[in-house]
Design a protein around this ligand. Sequence first.
Ligand code: NA7
Length: 549
Amino acid sequence: MVPSTTTPTRDALVVGAGFAGLYAVHALRNTQHLDVIAVDAAGDVGGTWYWNRYPGARVDIESVHYSYSFDEDLQQEWRWSERFCAQPEILDYLGHVADRFDLRRSIRFNTRITSLTWDDDESLWTATTHTGETHRARHVISGAGTLSVPKKPEFTGISDFAGEVYMTGNWPHHEVGFEGKRVGIIGVGSSGIQAVSEIAKTAGHLTVLQRTPNYATPIGNAPTDPEQEAAEKADYSAIRDASRNHFLGVPYTDAQPSALAVGPDERREVFDDRWNRGGFRLFIDSFGDILFDKDANDTIAEYIRGRIRERVSDPATAELLAPQGYPYGTKRPPLETDYYEAFNRPNVDLVDVKSNPVDAVVPQGVRLADGTEHAFDVLVLATGFDACTGPLLAMNITGRDGLRLADHWTDGPQTYLGLMAAGFPNLFMITGPQSPSVLYNMPLAIEDHVDFTTAAIRYLHERGEDVIEPTSEAEREWVAHTNEVARATLLPDSPTSWYMGSNVPGKPRRPLVYLGGAPAYRATCDEVVAAGYEGFRLSPAGDRALAQA
Ligand code: NA7
């Protein structure tokens, strides 16, 4: 679509109104005084927390850490009711942030971008929306998210299902009742596991269709302890510093170097302690080598299997729930509350759809490969997302010289620092593929990326330039580095993991996340900036030298 001559040209178009989009609008509009417009397909702010309103949806990093750090008054005044808050409270928080910083007036809701095209001559992006509107801007800041495009249901016959179908990643706003109903759920990732614990409490009957069992461990949620809250708030800036200097972006300090350097009793003590403390302590604060050394990983995998067996009464069900054959942590580890106990309830059954896969959805339920049918009134799909690259590719992005992002990324994402891609000038991908993103506490990862973006735009302005883009060489080196770092971990050993893109049929199997950890990544970004944006090329508007190079 050709933009009308009345379409205003903005400094920046922000995509999304979740944690990333909201902070980007604040940083660019309120602190840099740029002309900013944001769009979001949702009806309100919240991003991930707008769509994922399924029963049991809850954050997996302590709320005191999984929250913005950019405003001292905000972090002092906001009060979380629980250690790990549930989705409605996080949505309230983001609504509060939008009001507090007057962000909504810059956001067009119910607006989905259908194409995003770079104009080489004018050095501007034009976005077209599903309503046919166009927006033009010098810069685009994508806060489209990492887990915002649910995987398309792979089951034939789903449109013929006579009952209700819900996706955890696109849960309706109306109340969904399970009382007295036969409910089937497909998928036991983080979403499915959280949903099972809740739905089991009220469903007439719940059937859990499990393909790959997961290493789920206790979240350890509890109401906020006022004394602990006061202590944390008294020291908030130190806590934030410690978080930013930790691999995962949390202020944990108790990891020991190697699970193999201690005897079985001491190891068990460490595992028990972290298990009891909950959250990601077991994953990231027990031993430093469990993601890197298969023998070390075997010790924790066996520990978790033992815990599952203790909690599930029926030995055959326990065996089916105990993961085998892939290392712990190579699929994103789910956190749970009474998940395993749900299988001790008389109204809950576990069905193995690995040995006997789902063949089709039929009007009355689900049919498996051997012809067995399970009848359901409600079918819940907790089947995951087209992670990291999906949200960007969904925008149909075309860069310099008509280069489509989909073509540039045919063999997997190609980025520099997980922030920008060669041939896509002035397009900043907040927590983009090949950045630490989901393996870094997301609000902090987002703040770092938005701050980088804001500083880069300011730097351009100060130098009288308009355009910033990575060189192909810098991009090639970053991709090679990302792949090399991933190869030093056990991640590539997972059969299906959205970290590797291998959960989506046909998607290239590549590391989607930078695995060097947040501190190393932040140090690299700082060095790039200190060296005058090394690996980037800065130019005035309309300069086509790079395109012709
Ligand atoms: P995940 O973690 O990708 O989990 C998806 C689940 O759905 C997983 O158990 C899959 O089994 C299962 N699945 C997917 N497709 C099928 C088919 N065709 N048949 C049977 N089972 C299937 O997504 P979540 O939404 O739970 O979590 C995503 C992230 O959101 C989470 O990690 C947090 O960061 C927040 P598989 O393992 O592929 O065998």
